[in-house]
Design a protein around this ligand. Structure first.
Ligand code: PLP
Length: 495
């Protein structure tokens, strides 16, 4: 079975080695660190964090992890936190807590969530799940950050929470946190800093004389009331660990869920999960101790110098440029040559053994490819830049991916809400994504079309694309053939 598992993994992108520039985070520290994390994980995989009275180890581990996090990110003696399963869950809980806080303290019954368009999609998920209205603010076309004056204008009686990113995922730039948090405080509104991706890198990067300066963005900034930081990103812990910090326990309690209205055990959940493995928490605890403060500073040094080398190198490739002024480890690369399409570039680069992530244009912002640089990429910038230059030449020869004009025109007339399963399948067929249970090798044409579709239609079709992958029909048929009438005896199977 382990061999089968390894065979299934063969088509996956590598999670180690620094050649996958999204989704995975590799410290490059090697087998010893990985083995420690895996052993810590496995040793408590069966421990249930649902009931901290039954498993007090969970409380001890969580208090140490949250304490370390709060110290790194401007916490005070009042700071508290919660370990969650990831950035999305941290964001969901931050928004839920703010909604409940606004209802309890300001009687807000139709809450709004104010956020720059560059805020992570997890905030839209939170608004969708918890019934908030989003107020999305544009960002500057050069800095990719919002104008504080626009934030000021958007804040009102109904605002439950305003969001700032440190940095944003798509462009890697840090929003003006002090200005936004100050405005929020002035209106008596909560302010969340999404440091999911940057929270474990920027504090160390700021210590390095060679790194670009970064303005204060953490809980030490007046007006910042909560902050999320993913351990499974730049703390290089196994997946399933993030920390949500709150200004104080009085704020956090609004996000706790308690239930005494059933005949089972009394429930108090700090997170969205019920039963939860202590594995990710214990692994994070072990990795944080193992790498330590000096270790993370060294990893930040490797990461930042690699990102900087890539930025300089990308800007030197004709037609390509890095957007904005990202101080850390994330780069958004755009093209200013109509013949060079970054979606095609991403497909070509993949053939060279490097994965960069295509990001469709939105709200007037150009399409880009995203690079998450981790410490494991240290020393590999020349190789990646050479591959990028080759891929850029190939992409120019292939020409840009353009959406079928007729299809785009037809799509504009479709009412997504009225689109049935058969219509959706027909549209996806036309777009070259049949329901064959697999995705095309080259994604550029698909992404170019997606970018042109009205948002609501794209959001109607995407679940059908992914839903088409997750269909165990073949497995169910195979089981039926083995036992056609569901009987247990050999006779039934033979008949
Ligand atoms: C990764 C990320 C998230 C979501 O985190 P997951 O761990 O993927 O759920 C939220 N915000 C930002 C800025 C991120 O980079």
């Amino acid at each position: 079975m382990l061999a089968d598992l390894a065979a299934l993994r063969a088509a996956d992108l590598p999670v180690h080695g620094g050649r996958t520039l999204a989704y995975v985070y590799d410290s490059g520290l090697g087998a010893e660190t990985a083995a420690l994390a895996e052993a810590a994980y496995a040793s408590v995989a069966g421990v249930n964090g649902l009931d901290m009275t039954a498993f007090p180890s969970v409380v001890a581990l969580e208090n140490e992890v949250v304490g370390t996090t709060a110290r790194l990110l401007g916490g005070t003696a009042d700071t508290v936190g919660t370990v969650t399963s990831g950035g999305t869950e941290s964001v969901l809980l931050a928004v839920l807590t703010a909604r409940e806080h606004a209802r309890a303290t300001r009687s807000v019954t139709n809450p709004q969530l104010v956020l720059p368009v560059t805020a992570h999609a997890a905030f839209h998920k939170a608004a969708h799940l918890f019934g908030l209205e989003t107020v999305a603010l544009p960002v500057d076309g050069r800095t990719f950050t919002p104008d504080p004056a626009a934030v000021a204008a958007a804040l009102g009686e109904r605002t439950a929470l305003v969001v700032a990113s440190a940095p944003s995922y798509a462009h890697g730039v840090v929003d003006p946190v002090a200005e936004i948090a100050g405005l929020a405080a002035g209106r008596g509104v909560l302010c969340h800093v999404d440091a999911c991706i940057g929270g474990w890198l920027l504090p160390y990067a700021r210590r390095l004389p060679e790194a670009a300066p970064v303005a204060d963005f953490d809980l030490s900034v007046p007006g910042v009331t909560s902050l999320s930081v993913d351990l499974h990103k730049y703390a290089y812990t196994p997946k399933g660990a993030s920390v949500l910090l709150f200004r104080d326990a009085e704020l956090r309690r609004h996000g706790y869920f308690a239930c005494a209205a059933w005949p089972g055990y009394p429930v108090v959940n700090a997170t969205l999960q019920g039963t939860k493995s202590a594995g990710p928490l214990a692994a994070a605890w072990a990795v944080l101790r193992h790498i330590g403060d000096a270790g993370y500073e060294e990893l930040a040094r490797r990461t930042v110098r690699t990102a900087r080398a890539l930025r300089v190198g990308v800007d030197a490739i004709p037609g390509l440029r890095v957007l904005g002024d990202p101080p850390g480890s994330l780069l958004a690369v755009a093209s200013d040559d109509a013949k060079l399409d970054v979606f095609v570039l991403a497909d070509c680069l993949r053939a060279h053994g490097w994965y960069v992530q295509p990001q469709p244009g939105y709200a007037g912002l150009p399409r880009t490819v995203h690079l998450t640089v981790t410490a494991a990429a240290d020393g590999k910038a020349p190789e990646l830049l050479a591959a990028l230059a080759s891929a850029a030449a190939e992409a120019r020869t292939l020409g840009p991916a353009v959406a079928d004009g007729q299809l785009v025109e037809a799509a504009a007339l479709v009412d997504p809400a009225a689109l049935g399963a058969a219509d959706s399948a027909a549209l996806l067929d036309l777009a070259g994504i049949g329901a064959g249970g697999s995705l095309p090798e080259r994604m550029a044409p698909v992404l170019a079309l997606l970018e042109q579709l009205p948002t609501a239609l794209a959001e109607r079709l995407l679940p059908d694309v992914i839903g088409g992958l997750f269909r165990p029909a073949a497995e169910i048929r195979a089981t039926r053939q083995a036992a056609p009438r569901g009987g247990s005896g050999g006779h039934t199977a033979q008949s």
